[in-house]
Design a protein around this ligand. Sequence first.
Ligand SMILES: [Zn+2]
Ligand SMILES: [Zn+2]
Length: 126
Amino acid sequence: MKNKIIVCMVLLFLVGISLGSSILPQDSRFEAKNFEGKRNEILSEMDLTLKEATESGKYKCCIDPPCKMCFLGNWIWDDGTCDCDTLIIEGDFDRVCPECKSGIKEGRCLSTKTLNKTCPVINGGN
Ligand SMILES: [Zn+2]
Ligand SMILES: [Zn+2]
């Protein structure tokens, strides 16, 4: 009986090692990539993360696809979230991030679909 337990533990240990080593090469593959490869990987991870956060309601961006500026912390929110949608609803359009503003200009606004609100109209001017 005791032997069986030891065999099980050894097996688990081996499984652990093979799992661990299957994770490690992925990291080193990333390291081996050139700038373009790394950039592509980061961007696709970022898209996935933003999609998840948008679906879970953490990232309340007003455009589709969501902005990256707020995610990178380059706007008024420090924790990588976006709350542009709320700002628009509250009529606080001045604080909406520039990336979202240009997205709205391009007609990528989501607000009308999600919250039955009207997207702000930006007078092109350019
Ligand atoms: Zn937004
Ligand atoms: Zn934004």
